[in-house]
Design a protein around this ligand. Structure first.
Ligand code: DC
Length: 223
């Protein structure tokens, strides 16, 4: 039976690379919950809604439409029908998404949508609270982590490929700040579920992580 696979952990732990590869290999939807908070952040900035305006963000979330589409090249994120896949990957949106994701009203809207998308199973749900809050009853729970230096190095390399001019020190400082925000907020902080399998990816290649987790999901699919 197709599973709901929960992949949580801090930024740079390897969640996205793993989730993309797993979704492709198992023919599941990559339910990228972080992309949804990023789309909310972009919509808020465009609409001039302040990132701590609880009421404004609540109203905005009720009005916007976020869709995820699995395409051969990867996941496409649609905000009111517009492809915003690339636009939501800037450092500015990273920080803004961390801010809007601390607002309970925003989380309420997103968690509802995430549960709808995952209701039938067959999803690789990637985020911070998937195993603890969104799908607490799923058996396929993984928590990825790696050292801060390694996570910052990975994100720095990713940004360099996109020709961004951030220094490694900047990337590391922003990552540390974002981890603090995501772990310290009162509503659904970044946390490993008690029954999650913890995977330290510091010294693992992406392929090793995919192999290891795909095997476990296949076992669970057998029932
Ligand atoms: O995984 P990401 O970097 O794309 O996520 C962007 C932000 O969204 C991150 O700083 C924390 C937040 N987030 C969250 O609060 N809950 C989730 N399930 C996923 C992301």
């Amino acid at each position: 039976m197709k599973q709901i696979v929960a992949i949580d952990g801090p930024s740079g732990a390897g969640k996205s690379t793993l989730s993309r590869a797993l979704a492709r290999r198992l023919d599941y939807l990559h339910l990228d919950t972080g992309a949804m908070y990023r789309a909310v952040a972009l919509a808020a900035i465009r609409a001039g809604v302040s990132l701590n305006d609880t009421e404004g963000l609540d109203k905005l979330c009720a009005e916007i439409e976020i869709k995820l589409r699995e395409k051969p090249d990867g996941l496409v994120v649609l905000l009111n029908g517009e492809d915003v896949t690339e636009l939501i990957r800037t450092p500015e949106i990273s920080m803004a998404s961390s801010a809007v994701s601390a607002v309970s009203e925003v989380r309420g809207h997103m968690v509802r949508l995430q549960r709808e998308l995952g209701a039938q199973g067959g999803v690789i749900a990637e985020g911070r609270d998937v195993g603890t809050v969104v799908f607490p009853n799923t058996r396929a729970k993984f928590y990825l982590d790696a050292s801060l230096s390694e996570r910052a190095r990975r994100r720095y390399e990713e940004l360099r490929e996109k020709r961004a001019d951030n220094t490694l020190e900047q990337v590391r400082a922003e990552m540390e700040q974002r981890d603090k925000n995501d772990s310290a907020r009162s509503d659904s902080p970044l946390m490993a579920a008690e029954d999650a399998i913890k995977v330290d990816t510091t010294y693992m290649t992406p392929e090793e992580v995919v192999e290891w987790i795909a095997e476990r999901v296949k076992e669970l699919e057998k029932g």
